[in-house]
Design a protein around this ligand. Structure first.
Ligand code: BDR
Ligand code: CA
Length: 313
């Protein structure tokens, strides 16, 4: 199985990504680090454990990462995800423990102790924790198998400003460290995630699973869609983060280009923009696989099938 660390700020779409990972025997989740993003760290640390318990996996190690970006105040997204970050389904308060080790230390220690090139880092939120880990221990960059991240956008523009996608916007200096680290990067930008829309038919297929878990998922998707439908049209809202995990399971669903990607950290107007050199005009080194297209029906078929595995004997 592919060993992964997930760094995440749940978030309904983060929740679906975590569930997809926990449902998949091809993946071994070494630990989950809570990021500050959609909602503050005090909530994301709790939300991750609620999701693990919903999945019947109280054994998963959950760590708290950084509560603030590298610079500046935390920007959150309650307007998208609700006050809890997981509005749409009421889950019980978690009883499983939060690990004592700091999430950044866990990332560093895991990458140093596991064999070189065997651990994939999946980020579903701002890049603060991974950026901090790479700053403190730059030698881990060469040991990472790949970084698969949800973040950025090129042809689709931004979703928190006209130029920037939320995860990169929250902590551009951290993103700049990650993109400059030399570790192999696969990006799931808005160009992909705006194609995986939560249509009525797709939500109905998940609803048909008919388990308590699928009921929670449908609650989240309906909540997510309620916010997004006015913005994106009648076909539902975009489902971002599960694309990261789906890529690990079925890379053939995705296509893109290896490009140079630089992060704008200064400009007020375009801060957090992922400047992707799709046409290769800069001559700068190609540091990221920028995904642009997805087989959205294949993605939903995979997600729905895996969600149906929970609660089976
Ligand atoms: C990203 O921002 C968050 O609101 C979502 O969870 C996703 O990770 C999309 O821009
Ligand atoms: Ca997220």
């Amino acid at each position: 199985a592919e060993k992964i660390i997930i760094d995440t700020d749940p978030g309904q779409d983060d929740a679906l990504a975590i569930l997809l990972a926990l449902a998949s025997p091809e993946i071994e989740v070494l630990g989950i680090v809570a990021a500050a993003g959609n909602v503050p760290l005090s909530l994301t640390t709790k939300n991750i454990r609620k999701i693990c318990e919903l999945a019947g996996r109280p054994d998963i190690k959950v760590f708290a990462g950084c509560s603030q970006p590298m610079t500046g105040p935390l920007v959150t997204a309650e307007h998208v995800h609700g006050a809890t970050g997981l509005d749409g389904a009421d889950l019980p308060e978690p009883t499983m423990p939060l690990q004592e080790q700091h999430g950044v230390d866990f990332i560093i220690e895991t990458l140093l102790s596991e064999p070189e090139g065997t651990v994939t880092v999946c980020t579903l939120g701002p890049l603060t924790d991974l950026g901090k880990a790479l700053t403190r221990a730059p030698e881990i960059a060469g040991r990472i198998r790949q970084i698969v991240l949800m973040g950025g956008g090129l042809f689709e523009g931004g979703n928190i400003t006209p130029a920037a996608e939320f995860n990169i916007y929250v902590d551009p200096p951290a993103a700049a460290v990650v993109f400059g680290s030399g570790a192999p990067i696969v990006m799931m930008p808005l160009d992909v995630t705006h194609k995986t829309l939560t249509s009525r038919a797709r939500v109905a297929a998940i609803q048909a699973i008919g388990t308590p878990l699928s009921d929670a998922v449908v609650g989240w998707l309906d909540y997510f869609e309620r916010f997004d439908v006015a913005k994106y049209g009648s076909d539902g809202g975009p489902l971002h983060d599960p694309n990261v995990i789906a890529y690990l399971l079925k890379p053939e669903l995705y296509s893109g280009r290896l490009c140079n990607v630089e992060i704008e950290t200064e400009s007020e107007l375009t801060k957090g923009m992922t400047v992707a050199d799709w046409w290769g005009v800069s001559g700068r080194p190609k540091n990221a696989m920028f995904m642009r297209d997805v087989d959205a029906d294949g993605f939903y078929a995979l997600l729905t099938e895996r969600l149906s595995w929970f609660g089976r004997a």
